[in-house]
Design a protein around this ligand. Sequence first.
Ligand code: ADP
Ligand code: MG
Ligand code: ZN
Length: 271
Amino acid sequence: MSEQGGELEAVIGLEIHIQLATATKMFCSCALSFGDPPNTHTCPVCLGLPGSLPVANARAVHFGLMIGLALGSELAPRSIFHRKNYFYPDLPKGYQISQYDEPLCRGGHLGEVRIHRVHLEEDAAKLTHLGASGRIHGSDASIVDFNRGGTPLAEIVTEPDLRSAEQAGEWLKLLRTTMRRLGVSDVNMEEGSLRCDANISLRAAGSEQLGVKTELKNMNSFRFIERGIRAEIARQQKLIAGGGTVTQETLHFDPASGAITSLRSKEEAHD
Ligand code: ADP
Ligand code: MG
Ligand code: ZN
């Protein structure tokens, strides 16, 4: 890689969501399920009906603490949940219960990669876009299954310590094995119990300063993650070599075509 003759290096940080293998959801007593008939595991709490009271799942907190211990994190003596407000059809409440400034675990590392934080939150419902095949009143239809809504998630955020697609893929496998051995999650990418976003930037090799990053969203296989990161590094290299600059945005990698498309430019914190 070169920029006016100088070498460029890739800088990668991962945000990993794992569904915790609890019996029930994060804030209600609905059973976790996969593959059951849609909308059969819901209640006023996970549908966000007015007056319902979320109660944190003790086992999910326990699993979160186990993850923190395994990663050598500092466990919070006091940790709280926040409402992260956004509007989307997979979130009937209009907010996700997540952690913001007092996450369950901070710091730590796995192998050569430092952990920034681990926090708990709830999963959104599952949207399926039927497209033209499911047209209702002349519009493309999407259907929603609230069974997944409220599933406990641990979000593990790394520091930007990875330097290549291969290293990111290998490290993610190490994380998966670690989580599997702990017994806190099925960590199955095909079923969505392990999901990964990759943040990617380039900088002059040897520089301490971070370049502008893009975020590749929700990749759901190890092969696609490595291919996606490789494609995004190549796209940024080409952009910079052509005298352009990288803009901060959220991207989607289509494994079928190899294309990278923009989902949205980075919004300001809306919570
Ligand atoms: P955001 O506010 O956009 O979510 P964060 O600072 O919370 O960004 O970082 C999210 C993830 O992106 C972390 O895994 C972090 O290591 C990684 N990251 C942050 N800055 C960069 C960068 N310049 N290049 C690559 N990865 C980065
Ligand atoms: Mg983030
Ligand atoms: Zn429920």
